[in-house]
Design a protein around this ligand. Structure first.
Ligand code: UDX
Length: 447
């Protein structure tokens, strides 16, 4: 089988590499000549563990190639995946579909009239987009033999390949039996490992993606608010999460409290679904509230740091560990650090930071930050250590060594990567999210 994937962003590149690993001949297309040139040389434009090896292996085997030539890639393909960006539209929060529709028009012009093609939306697109893609193609090429399908992608950055290769489920929305057969054939390796497949309509599939992301965003927001309450009543949010998460109806994942969710999906998708629901006169008030709470939470985190520093950070040095929105990525989109660090600088702090992969991206977005080459470099002489991303390498840091190298022993851990007792034993005044310190903790079994 042969496919074309339009757009070599996160979703496009990972999907393309993984389909080629399934044995499908895959051509990835992008308008950005520089990006394609780099990919042809084996340089991967994003940081994603395992992706470089997968691209190299499949490119060498001749199953994976890269081009700016969309018409050639589309002609003769069994399926064409649209995986271009759908950013938030400035001003109103709706998903900006201009790239999707432009891709649809270009695909239409390139379709081979003698071949049947399935056009698949892989980008996260609002309900109704698939029908509009079909309308655009039919209008341009009334004679073309094609169907449209929706096949949302649920991969997470940092574990994208594993998520694609071993997903909890695959969702395919289409009205056409023929398109279903093509999609079934493309995902054959996942049938072999008994991955559940949800075949449904276009609209339902489009909504599943938004419902999944907004539900997860709500789950995180719920535990964040419970963490705040834990702080007031002296309870431990990790035990609350464990205690409720062991109920299978709730599930234990996505109950880790922090500075608020960020990234390329949750902030954009929650907002887009809120707008869609309002447009249809069926508002999702829970998600409206989630969006509001999360925005406020990210902004309020700087106040926590200021309070931990005794009410003022003016002239104080804050050493930040991690700036990306989550570990194992260099992605800075909607990272909480983008709210917290400027607010601290505004309050007069001098900010030094270290991130294992995000510095290059972050330098452009966080001017004025002093960048260190490792964690100890960022924290040496600091008045406060601030953990913003839970990179694994931070968990193993020698807290006593850090405490001695700092000017004041204040540790604000907004990802709860340290044990409160260990941090206090090392000499820190330890502030985390929703967990009492040694002094406040009641006796009893914790782990
Ligand atoms: C998310 C979805 O998980 C994925 O299915 C979808 O395809 C794209 O969006 P991603 O943005 O890569 O993936 O990251 P994810 O691991 O879901 O984390 C999103 C944000 O939520 C991060 O800022 C993370 O720190 C935060 N988060 C996640 C928490 O604060 N607590 C948690 O328990 C989980």
């Amino acid at each position: 089988m042969r496919i074309a994937v339009i757009g070599t962003g996160y979703v496009g590149l990972v999907s393309g590499a993984c389909f080629s690993e399934f044995g499908v001949e895959t051509i990835c297309v992008d308008k950005d000549q520089g990006k394609i040139d780099r990919l042809l040389k084996g340089e991967i434009p994003i940081y994603e563990p395992g992706l470089d090896a997968l691209v190299e292996k499949n490119a060498k085997a001749g199953r994976l190639s890269f081009t700016t030539d969309l018409p050639t890639a589309v002609r003769g393909a069994d399926a064409v995946f649209i995986a271009v960006g759908t950013p938030s539209r400035r001003g109103d929060g709706h998903a900006d579909l201009s790239y999707v529709y432009a891709a649809a028009a270009e695909i239409a012009a390139a379709l081979d009239p003698d071949d049947y093609t399935v056009i698949v939306t892989k980008s996260t697109v609002p309900v109704g987009t698939g029908r509009e893609v079909a309308r655009i193609i039919r209008k341009t090429r009334p004679e073309a033999d094609f169907d449209v399908a929706s096949n949302p992608e649920f991969l997470r950055e940092g574990s994208a390949i594993e998520d694609f290769m071993r997903p909890d489920r695959v969702v395919i929305g289409t009205d056409s039996d023929r398109a279903r057969q093509v999609m079934r054939a493309l995902y054959r390796p996942l049938f072999l490992i008994e991955t559940p497949m949800v075949f449904t309509s276009l609209e339902t599939s489009e909504l599943i993606k938004y419902a999944a992301n907004t539900f997860l965003a709500a789950k995180i927001t719920f535990i964040n608010e419970v963490a705040d309450l834990c702080e007031k009543v002296g309870a431990d949010v990790h035990d609350v999460a464990k205690g409720i998460g062991l109920d299978n109806r709730i599930g234990k994942k996505f109950l880790h409290p922090g500075p608020g969710y960020g990234g390329s999906c949750f902030p954009k998708d929650t907002l887009a679904l809120v707008k869609t629901a309002q447009d249809y006169g069926s508002p999702l008030r829970i998600i409206e509230t989630v969006v509001d709470i999360n925005d406020r939470r990210k902004k309020a985190m700087a106040d926590r740091v200021i309070a931990a520093c005794g009410g003022s950070v003016a002239g104080k040095r804050i050493g930040v560990l991690g700036v990306t929105f989550k570990p194992n990525t260099d992605d800075m989109r909607d990272a909480p650090s983008l709210d917290i660090i400027p607010a601290l600088a505004e309050a007069g702090a001098i900010v030094a930071a270290y991130d294992p992969a995000g510095r290059h991206e972050a330098e452009k977005m966080l001017p004025g930050v002093e960048w260190a080459d490792d964690a100890y470099g960022a924290l040496s002489g600091a008045d406060c250590a601030l953990v913003l991303t839970e990179w694994n390498e931070f968990r193993m840091l020698n807290l006593s060594r850090i405490c001695k190298a700092m000017k004041a022993p204040v540790l604000v851990d907004l990802r709860n990567i340290f044990n409160p007792e260990d941090a206090e034993m090392a000499g820190f005044a330890y502030h985390c999210v929703g967990r009492p310190g040694r002094v406040k903790k009641a006796k009893g079994e914790v782990h």
